[in-house]
Design a protein around this ligand. Structure first.
Ligand code: NAD
Ligand code: UDX
Length: 475
């Protein structure tokens, strides 16, 4: 039976749950949207009066939160209550790679999804449509349905459930735009009425021809495949970039030349410091695990190569910095420009900057780190112990920089004082506007600019008496 949804509960107020539900609330004023989370601090931040303190930075998000919060959009930790009130429950919790046990290092840890399914099973009232929003391995819907229905039998209450897969394709930094104008919305499931209910929500702003319907397993697999294909493109172009550097070619020119072939297309061909973010590595490793599980080791090896290459590429950049700085960075200062995994987000998960900074710290460098949105505490968590341990051995009693190995600079110009090199790792717009003439005056010469994002004007850098390395530039 078609259900006109009036009340949504989304479990998980993270990078997906927060923005997705905010846009649904904005586009569907007739629906009450409750976003719930076990993390009280995160919920408090979503409710903060000053919109600068929202837990997630996404361009344009704060204004939509302002419009809807307290009207039909609510953030709370009252999980049980809002499950009970909901016609539709979105599961949007984290599904990281398993750290131990069977499939450790590859399979997704579904612990949090299972907890949610049990909670929904226990507290739901009447008929509830359960939506998999998290990225999940193929056939997880079956597990969710089994859990939902087993509780139902135990309680002998009048509860019924439909389970749909509705993976999210938003990219961080452009989440609002991706949600408002998606390339497609994918719905996988068996129940026509449940699909119709979910479609009815999206149709408030998404044209019908962009809402794709598949069986539930195809939908789950399509999400993993999309991320695997995108990540593979980045490893492909980065591999060609390395070859360009050795052969005198320029990866930007090669990308332009191949991108005009409509079969290849021009997007996602920017060579950089290697892909980061919470999804690509995790989802490919999940695909690797599934392939091995289903007896397809050649398929697994094919995809694992994409992740292996990415790691090699990140180390390649740190090694290259050391090599250009006369083979040692010990006690040399290096400015790190950008710590988030891409521009316009405060997310650092799997950021190439983490691996590259760790490598440089291990070589004894002192890092001056700038990022417009990443807070110092986050960098501390990402580099933390390793940075401190490395540098304790060097000089116990010296300055803060030497003790911890790194220091956060609030302003870009603070980063250049006495550094031997500036390494651009995130494509924040402000780094393309740096006055290199001025920066050069503060640096220790001979000094280098390493541009892993191709955002500087090469002439400006060279005219400022600085050496320049650009990713994939062998010209
Ligand atoms: P996240 O870590 O930012 O947020 C997940 C939230 O779920 C956390 O706040 C956590 O406290 C909460 N949570 C966990 N267990 C809970 C429970 N039992 N009850 C209530 N809350 C609980 O993660 P995310 O980046 O939003 O990703 C969520 C899912 O979406 C993952 O499966 C991810 O692969 C997928 N995804 C992420 C992106 C992205 O760009 N980040 C894009 C598409 C899909
Ligand atoms: C990705 C997918 O794009 C999105 O559809 C999915 O829902 C979640 O995972 P996200 O990780 O947020 O999104 O950002 P994305 O723009 O895909 O960038 C991922 C990484 O690849 C970043 O580190 C980015 O800098 C890098 N990248 C991207 C490149 O190095 N070159 C490119 O041309 C594009």
């Amino acid at each position: 039976m078609f259900m006109k949804v009036k009340n949504i509960c989304c479990i998980g107020a993270g990078y997906v749950g927060g923005p997705t539900m905010t846009v649904i609330a904005d586009k569907c004023p007739h629906i009450k949207v409750n976003v719930v989370d076990i993390n009280q601090n995160r919920i408090d931040l979503w409710n903060s009066k000053d919109l600068n303190f929202l837990p997630i930075f996404e361009p344009g998000l704060d204004q939509i939160v302002k419009r809807c919060r307290g009207k039909n959009l609510f953030f709370s930790t009252e999980i049980e209550k809002h499950i009970a009130l909901a016609d539709m429950v979105f599961i949007s919790v984290n599904t990281p790679t398993k750290k131990k046990g069977i499939g450790a290092g590859q399979a997704s840890d579904l612990k949090w999804v299972e907890i949610c399914a049990r909670q929904v099973s226990k507290y739901a009232v009447g008929h509830t449509i359960v939506i998999e929003k998290s990225t999940l391995p193929v056939r997880t819907a079956e597990v969710i349905k089994t859990i939902l229905e087993s509780q139902d039998i135990q309680n002998k209450k009048q509860k019924t459930f439909d389970v749909l897969s509705n993976p999210e394709f938003l990219a961080e930094g452009t989440a609002v735009n991706d949600l408002i104008s998606p390339d497609r919305v994918l719905i996988g499931g068996e129940s026509d009425s449940a699909i119709k209910s979910l479609k009815d929500i999206y149709q408030n702003w998404v044209p019908e021809n962009k809402i794709l319907q598949t069986n539930i397993w195809s939908s789950e697999l399509a999400k993993l495949t999309a991320n695997a294909f995108l990540a593979q493109r980045i490893s492909s172009i980065n591999s060609i970039g390395a070859l360009c550097e050795s052969t005198g070619a320029d990866v930007r020119e090669v990308a332009r030349a191949i991108g005009t072939d409509t079969r290849i297309g021009s997007k996602f061909l920017d060579s950089g410091p290697g892909f980061g973010g919470s999804c690509f590595k995790k989802d490919i490793l999940n695909l690797v695990y599934l392939s091995n599980y289903f007896g397809l080791p050649e398929v697994a090896n094919f995809w694992e190569g994409v992740v292996r290459f990415n790691k090699w590429h990140q180390h390649r950049i740190s090694k290259l910095v050391v090599k250009k700085l006369f083979g040692t960075v010990s006690e040399k200062k290096v400015a790190i420009l950008g710590f988030s995994f891409k521009a316009n987000t405060n997310d650092t998960r799997e950021s190439a900057a983490i691996q590259i900074c760790r490598d440089l710290l291990a070589e004894g460098a002192e890092l001056l780190i700038h990022d417009p949105k990443v807070i110092e505490k986050q960098i501390e968590l990402d580099l933390g112990e390793q940075a401190i341990n490395n540098h304790k051995n060097i000089n116990e009693s010296d300055s803060k920089v030497i003790k911890s190995g790194w220091e956060k600079c609030d302003k870009i110009d603070q980063c250049f004082k006495n550094v031997d090199a500036a390494l651009i790792l995130t494509e924040w717009k402000e780094y393309s506007e740096i006055n290199w003439e001025l920066a050069s005056k503060s640096m220790r010469h001979p000094a280098w600019v390493f541009d892993a994002r191709s955002i500087v004007n090469p002439e400006d850098v060279r005219n400022a008496n600085l050496n320049l390395w650009r990713v994939g530039d062998g010209s």
